[in-house]
Design a protein around this ligand. Structure first.
Ligand SMILES: [Zn+2]
Length: 304
């Protein structure tokens, strides 16, 4: 009887092993069959996305005709450098979702119409990319109770500074602190959940550009950043406010437990060489450590 029971148990375990989808191993990459979308499973509360660092230009996908067509050079490598730094510090991995298609074929940081411009293969890759972000965020929230999404980009604006996109545009950031705080705009930003949890103790302007904001922490680490106490308002200078990804997954009202931002990096000194990408990764980990500790009670300094 005992023998029969163990045979049955063995059969059940074997069946489960064969039929259940294997749990993704943190740090391991999986690709869609066409290899256009890569996902790295994570076990930190951080999800990185790299929508504009891809290089593939398959003939089977028509070239996009409108919108921005140039890639954000080395931003996939920048995301990998940040993932490697976080692993070195914590023994754990952030999730990473990357598009390997060149932006002339697909722009996954746009809604599907502008993203794929009617090409069915590009549309399919767009769906795969966003399904991968959904899956990464769902798994992260299930594990940690929250997810912090960092969408990595590269700009070529004249001023070499990090542009931190909270889904707040120049006109909104050009308001005074008092006007901004009274506007309720923070509830439409990528830090909406954090703001809702913090309550009145932390003014919206303090969260976005106060002395403990991400911009302030980057400035203290030696990287120029806007918005920050030093540079609170873009004024008339070009500024990226944050695109489709952070607006869809962090700023929208139906994204509880997900905060984050778009980080637009300049090239020389940040993403042009592997040494500079590693330096940016170290400084970003230095910046995230106090921010996640203070606002999410998560300690990146504690090794697993
Ligand atoms: Zn970009």
């Amino acid at each position: 009887m005992r023998c029969l029971r163990s045979i049955v148990a063995f059969a059940v375990v074997t069946l489960l092993a064969v039929h259940a989808a294997p749990a993704p191993v943190p740090g391991q990459s999986t690709f869609t069959a066409d290899r256009y979308v890569e996902s790295v499973a994570g076990n930190l509360p951080i999800v990185l996305t790299a929508p504009h660092g891809g290089a593939l230009k398959p003939d089977s996908i028509a070239n996009r005709k409108e919108g921005v067509l140039g890639a954000d050079l080395k931003t996939l490598e920048l995301a990998r450098a940040l993932a490697a730094e976080l692993f070195a510090r914590t023994g754990r991995h952030p999730a990473l979702v990357a598009s390997h298609l060149h932006r002339s074929k697909l722009d996954p940081n746009r809604e599907i119409k502008e993203a794929a411009q009617g090409d069915p293969i590009a549309e399919s890759a767009w769906r795969d990319f966003h399904a991968a972000i959904h899956a990464a965020l769902d798994a992260t929230v299930a594990r940690h109770g929250f997810a912090f999404l960092i969408d990595l980009h590269g700009h070529s604006h004249p001023i070499a500074r990090l542009e931190l996109g909270y889904a707040l545009d120049s006109a909104q950031l050009n308001r005074s602190d008092a006007t901004f705080d009274a506007s309720g705009l923070i509830a439409l930003s990528t830090l909406r959940d954090l703001h809702a949890r913090s309550g009145p103790a932390l003014a919206p302007s303090a969260l976005i550009r106060g002395p403990r904001s991400l911009g302030a922490l980057y400035q203290a680490a030696g990287l120029r950043a806007i918005p920050s106490p030093q540079e609170p308002q873009p004024g008339a200078n070009p500024f990226f406010a944050g695109g489709y990804i952070v607006r869809t997954y962090a700023a929208a009202p139906d994204t509880p437990k997900v905060d984050g931002l778009q980080i637009e990096t300049y090239r020389i000194g940040v993403r042009d060489t592997s040494e500079n990408r590693a330096r940016f990764a170290r400084l970003t980990a230095d910046v995230l450590t106090p921010f996640l500790r203070e606002h999410y009670a998560f300690d990146l300094a504690a090794k697993k």
